[in-house]
Design a protein around this ligand. Sequence first.
Ligand code: DAH
Length: 352
Amino acid sequence: MTQPSAQSIEQLTQQATQELDRINDLESLDQWRISYLGRRGSLTNVLRGLSQLDLEQRRELGALGNQSKNLLDERLAQKTQEIDQAQQVQAFARDRIDVTMLGRPTPIGRLHPTTQIVKEITDAFVSMGFSIVEGPEVEWDHYNFEMLNIPEGHPARDMWNSMWIDYRNEAGQQPMLLRTHTSPMQARVMENTQPPIRVVVPGKCYRYEATDATHEWHFYQIEGLAVDEGITFADLKGTLYEFARRLFGEERKVRFRCDYFPFVEPGVDMSIDCFACQGGDNRCRICRGSGWIEIMGAGMVHPKVLASVGYDTEKYTGFAFGIGPERVAMLKYGIDDIRHFYTNDLRFLRQF
Ligand code: DAH
């Protein structure tokens, strides 16, 4: 143990404070504390050595030693606080919120391809003066068949493989089914309004069907109906021709051929000329070489249908048509399987 002297205490104090000034982390600060003020620290040693001095010296150096210890304690506390604060500032700088940083993108959905094409088709008719109406997906046999000139036992019922609902009204009549087409809305609209009528009816339909590339058990249809005084087949052709040009391009040609639907007479199927090949290419994925693509059924509303809603068939005539929007989308976008529409595969859906 060294003999303490005023000089050695002052020197030690000075050395300690100088060292302390250079310290700026808690770890070094703790080492500093141990080396001066710890149990074996140099100042602690000095103070301990005081006991060996005579009374006079002990009093004088004791005061000096205590002063020094108080000073160092005080500076230690101060330094600890300084370092703490500096670290907090640093941590804050590290963690601070960068308000200019972009947020996490929220995925935004889009319209389903069927919805898009339904909108495109109905928009074309709306711009020609048609309005849009919708009807029930669960329908009475009465509207789905009877009112459309397809009475029970009529062989034409076989054109629609139906899904029946186990329900009858109070009278025990009128079986229900999931509508097999949107045509029942022809009768519902006519029952509730008087001509002139110009409506399109988009909606879901259902059939008891084994699915394949061109058949789904549920799909959409867009029904169209125009009834007025003096409507002729020329109006049907003109309206549907204009529709085809709007959807498939100005240069489109159309073809009408006889077809049979019980609720129209005459009935037709309408085709457009193939836009993928000029016809004659047997490998054409779209028309298979025929040069024509069927896009809808249509016809002049059957007088029996007009009569069943109480219209004067001498006064009113009309035309009706039914479009399969998925089929239109398949042609337009080159989709080769109708099942893609409803399997919810994002790789498919994101392309539209
Ligand atoms: N409803 C018919 C079907 O599902 C399509 C159809 C054909 C509708 C001719 C019509 C039409 O309005 O005139 O096969």
